[in-house]
Design a protein around this ligand. Sequence first.
Ligand code: KET
Length: 397
Amino acid sequence: MFEHVQPYAGDPIFALVDAFNADPRPAKVNLSIGIYFDAQGRLPVLPSVQQAEARILAAGGAKPYLPMEGDAACRAEVAKLLLGAEHPAIAAGRVATIQTVGSSGGLKVGADFLKTWLPDAAVWVSDPTWDNHRSMFEGSGFTVNSYPYHDAATGGLRFDAMLATLRGLPARSIVLLHACCHNPTGVDLSPAQWDALIPVLRERELLPYLDLAYQGFGDGIDEDAYAVRALADAGLTFFVANSFSKSMSVYGERCGALSAVCASAAEAELVMGQLRFTVRRIYSSPALHAAKIVAHVLGDADLRPLWQAELAAMRERIGAMRRALHDRLVARVPGRDFGYLLSQRGMFSYTGLSGEQVDALRTQHAVYLLRSGRICIAGLNDANVGRTAEAMAAVLD
Ligand code: KET
């Protein structure tokens, strides 16, 4: 029956984590997966989340199925977090938000919805992007193409080339955009560049699909939602999948959402209906505990500011580690430009290291990063940043 089944080569990110865990060398450094580790190298449990869970546990209660679209309080909080509490699109009923199984669940539900309702569209992702974007959309039956994005020569953005490509796309093409903290490069559009992109999206009648997995890790919760709010302010119709995995350090709870900002309340209701149906035939309904965590943390007058401070502390620690790695590399490898470490945003930096240099870092120095040269800065701490810089310098020499 299954003799013809092809072996699975494994996911490049999860496979690297497995290899890291199996490595017996005590001084190993994990800069592979996009997970925030604290100054001691541990996966943090945020006090805001801990307190929310204590309250949830104390309240007890049965464990019914959630509706297909998820918990109402959670969904309302998500829409406000993305757009700002007072955004007119929310008041007008133009935002259809469903709670999903991580933002991956949201991305996938959105992809299946789009394949049904825009069946002839192609998907355009940045070059490069998170590998799973391509897999997910291809899995939903789309052709996935890429638009120019990262400039390997300068470590910046190929913004003009990106715009030129988008200007040439057929109407109703789906354009996947990282709202902030681009994965894998850490190179983001500035607010002015978003403002310049929006008329192109509108004139070409493109459908923006935002991935917001790192809200709060760039410049701040509101700052990182600039793209979402600018698109909504401009009256565009778009999707946004957002995640709490990283911002609340609740990876395994699978807390995420998908929002469709639509032209009218009537359209939002139609989209919501079909999103429900899409969910029903994949996983029926999302997780209760995830909904309660998100709704409590975002909706409570005490927990919300606590969470915001915790997220700010994570962001600031990443900034400090960017600076620490930068300064050590500059001292160790003079004449080479490491400015990208300071200008890139979020958990990731694109180092420009070759596949061979990445292999040498892993085999000779027990420093793990993706073969594309992506490092997760959030895996650095005071105890390992010096060794990491030494190892990087050694492979650059
Ligand atoms: N979008 C992006 C851009 C992203 O980097 C991730 C995870 C996700 C979505 C999925 O997050 P979720 O937990 O489903 O809400 N990225 C890291 C982990 C992974 O590959 O799954 C990573 O790139 O290392």
